[in-house]
Design a protein around this ligand. Sequence first.
Ligand SMILES: NC(=O)c1ccc[n+]([C@@H]2O[C@H](COP(=O)([O-])OP(=O)(O)OC[C@H]3O[C@@H](n4cnc5c(N)ncnc54)[C@H](OP(=O)(O)O)[C@@H]3O)[C@@H](O)[C@H]2O)c1
Length: 310
Amino acid sequence: MKVLIIGANGQLGSELVTAFERDVVVALAHKDLDITDHEASARLFERARPDVVINTSAYHQVDLCETTAGRAFEVNAFAVRHLAQLCRQHDALFLHTSTDYVFDGSKGRPYLEEDAPNPQSVYATAKLAGEYFVRHECPRHWVVRTCGLFGDAGRSSKGYNFVDLMLRLQKEQKPIRVVNDQVLAPTRAREAARKMYELIQYERRHRSGENLGLESHELYGIVHITAKGECSWFEFARTVFEEMGLTANLSPTTSEKFGAAAKRPSYSVLAHGKLAQLKMDDMEDWRDGLRIYLAEKRAAAPHPGPVLAS
Ligand SMILES: NC(=O)c1ccc[n+]([C@@H]2O[C@H](COP(=O)([O-])OP(=O)(O)OC[C@H]3O[C@@H](n4cnc5c(N)ncnc54)[C@H](OP(=O)(O)O)[C@@H]3O)[C@@H](O)[C@H]2O)c1
């Protein structure tokens, strides 16, 4: 199986490259392909002839999108539409990543895949447009909505993820204010990649004629892939410090006081309706994911070595 991974050096993309190590992977960083260059995308499909295409790329600087709506739609909607068209033309499975931010948060309980979206920001509106384009253009698709990713690669455009940012601010002994009125399910990027890998294997089995008890029209669509459980960003930060045994100058704040340019949902926990239907809902709890992530970080940190008496 030949798998084309777009955004391959990002948090999720780099974990997907590892997850598919037994397959033929074409791993594309931004410098290899800018998805807004439609001709380059088309040439690439001709050359690579992929069986599966995974798009993790996005213009996801949420606040910046408010003032650069054209770019937000170019990357997150129109380029995605074109990728979906290319997948249909080449009979490739298209797995596209979207966001919990398509919801407005007013439900106050975990959102199911079929709940009505109501994006609150330019970023979320553009991502939702991308979702609709995928569903409209490419019948063989999964639109994977995920949430609060943290992974080794950090956020390439920003150079860190939330966990690493908290640790950096603590080290610099800076006062840390984190919103306590946005509830989410922080998700380890490797765990999301694992489930995306399994989804693709599931589709392969279906295509090869194995009876999985589902019709094709029941197979494809939107899938929520997030950790289990929920917390606010503040609780998430507090747990990072607790797990690391660190004392931080951490205090809760509100979204209003924080004053970000883009509005975020107050509650964006996603229910795993589709994974449950496919009998694939064994996602880890966010706390377990965080512990694994921090343990790996500790193991990878250079050993301080023996302390010499002076
Ligand atoms: N991170 C989260 O908390 C979160 C939450 C919900 C949903 N998601 C979604 O999950 C997906 C993966 O997120 P992530 O955290 O893994 O992001 P990431 O670490 O920033 O990776 C995204 C990758 O896409 C590349 N990229 C950006 N614009 C591109 C373009 N026009 N053409 C080709 N490549 C481009 C980036 O390269 P450069 O950095 O070099 O531009 C980067 O390598 C995204 O679709 C995002 O919307 C993320």
